[in-house]
Design a protein around this ligand. Structure first.
Ligand code: NAD
Length: 295
C-alpha cells in the first residue's frame, strides 16, 4: 500500500526543467520535443558547432510548422528561448530529469553519467538514450542507480511517437513512473521494457533486416524487395531504404550487439550487404549514399 502511495506522489511530480546531454541528431531532437511541449530544456554538448546545429534543426522544424500554419510566431519564439544551449555542467543543476544522448560508447557514457550525477539534485532522474548498451552496465557508473533508466527515442524524434523506457535491475518504480509522465508530457507513447539486447523494437527489426540480407545474398534485387514491402505490403518504407535512414554504421553495430546477445538466433551473416556497405563507407542518407544514392 505504501508503495502505491509513493508512486502516486512521484507520478504527479511535474518535470519543470530538463537537460539533454549531447546536441546531435538525437539530443537536438529530444531537446526540441521537450521544449515544444512546455519543458524548458538545457542542451549541453562539448562542441559549440553541435549546439549551433541542434538549434538550427529545432528552428528548421518550427519554420516548417509555421509555413504550414501549424506554429505561430509566438510559439516559435517561446520554444526557441526554452532550449538553452550550453557547454557548462553548471547549467544542468536545476534539471529534474537529464537525458544523456552522447556518442554510443559505453566508456564515454559511463563517465558522462558519473559527471552528471555530481551536478544534479539528489532526487533528479537520469536517463540514457542508448540504442544498444545495457542499462545495468551504465548504471554501474552511478552512486544511485535506482534513479536511472533507459529512455530510447526514435529518429526523427519529433515525428516518431514511441519511447522505450528501459527498466534496469536497480531502477525504482518511482523513476519509471516519472519518466512515463515526462514522456506523455512530451506527447510520446511510452512503453516500459526490460533491459536486454535490442530492447523491444530492435529485437523485432533486426531479424527482419537479417531476413532481407539473406534474400539479397540469395540473389534478390533490393529495389524489388523494397517495392514489395512498401507498395504492395503497405509498410511506410522497404528494408533497404530504412537501413539507409538508420545508417549502415549504426545498423552494422546493432547487428553485432544482437548476434552477441542472442547467438543462437541472430548469427552473423557472412558477406552481409549491410556490413559490406559500411566497410565501403556508404553509410546511408547521412553521407549521401548507402543502398541508394542521395547526392
Ligand atoms: P551524434 O553523433 O549525432 O551526436 C552525439 C553528440 O554527443 C555530438 O554532438 C557530440 O559532440 C556529443 N558529445 C560527445 N561527448 C560528449 C560529452 N562528453 N558531453 C556532451 N556531449 C558530448 O549521435 P546520435 O545519433 O544523436 O546518437 C546519440 C545517442 O542516441 C547514441 O547513444 C545512439 O545510440 C542513440 N540513438 C541514436 C539513434 C539514431 O537514429 N541516430 C536512434 C536512437 C538512439
Amino acid at each position: 500500500k505504501s508503495k502505491g502511495k509513493k508512486q502516486a506522489k512521484t507520478a504527479s511530480k511535474a518535470i519543470n526543467q530538463a537537460a539533454v546531454l549531447g546536441a546531435g541528431i538525437m539530443g537536438g531532437g529530444i531537446a526540441y520535443q521537450s521544449a515544444v511541449k512546455g519543458t524548458p530544456t538545457v542542451m549541453k554538448d562539448i562542441n559549440q558547432a553541435a549546439l549551433d546545429l541542434g538549434l538550427k534543426e529545432a528552428s528548421g522544424i518550427l519554420q516548417k510548422g509555421m509555413a504550414r500554419g501549424k506554429v505561430s510566431p509566438a510559439k516559435m519564439a517561446s520554444t526557441l528561448t526554452s532550449i538553452v544551449p550550453t557547454l557548462e555542467y553548471s547549467a544542468i543543476e536545476q534539471a529534474a530529469i537529464v537525458v544523456e544522448a552522447v556518442v554510443e560508447n559505453p566508456k564515454v557514457k559511463q563517465s558522462v553519467l558519473a559527471e552528471v550525477e555530481q551536478h544534479v539534485a539528489d532526487d533528479a532522474i537520469i536517463c540514457s538514450n542508448t540504442s544498444t548498451i545495457s542499462i545495468d552496465l551504465l548504471a554501474e557508473s552511478l552512486k544511485k542507480p535506482q534513479r536511472f533508466c533507459g529512455m530510447h527515442f526514435f529518429n526523427p524524434v519529433h515525428r516518431m511517437p514511441l519511447v522505450e523506457i528501459i527498466r534496469g535491475e536497480k531502477t525504482s518504480d518511482d523513476t519509471i513512473a516519472a519518466v512515463v509522465a515526462y514522456s506523455l508530457k512530451m506527447g510520446k507513447t511510452p512503453i516500459v521494457v526490460n533491459d536486454c539486447p535490442g530492447f523491444l523494437v530492435n529485437r523485432v527489426l533486426f531479424p527482419y533486416f537479417a531476413g532481407f540480407s539473406q534474400l539479397v545474398l540469395d540473389g534478390a534485387d533490393f529495389t524489388a524487395v523494397d517495392k514489395v514491402m512498401e507498395k504492395q505490403f503497405g509498410w511506410p518504407m522497404g528494408p533497404a531504404y530504412l537501413l539507409d535512414v538508420v545508417g549502415l554504421d549504426t545498423a552494422d553495430h546493432a547487428a553485432g550487439v544482437m548476434a552477441d546477445g542472442f547467438p543462437e538466433r541472430m548469427q552473423k551473416i557472412d558477406k552481409d550487404p549491410v556490413a559490406l556497405l559500411y566497410q565501403a563507407n556508404r553509410l546511408g542518407q547521412k553521407n549521401g549514399g548507402g543502398f541508394y544514392n542521395y547526392s
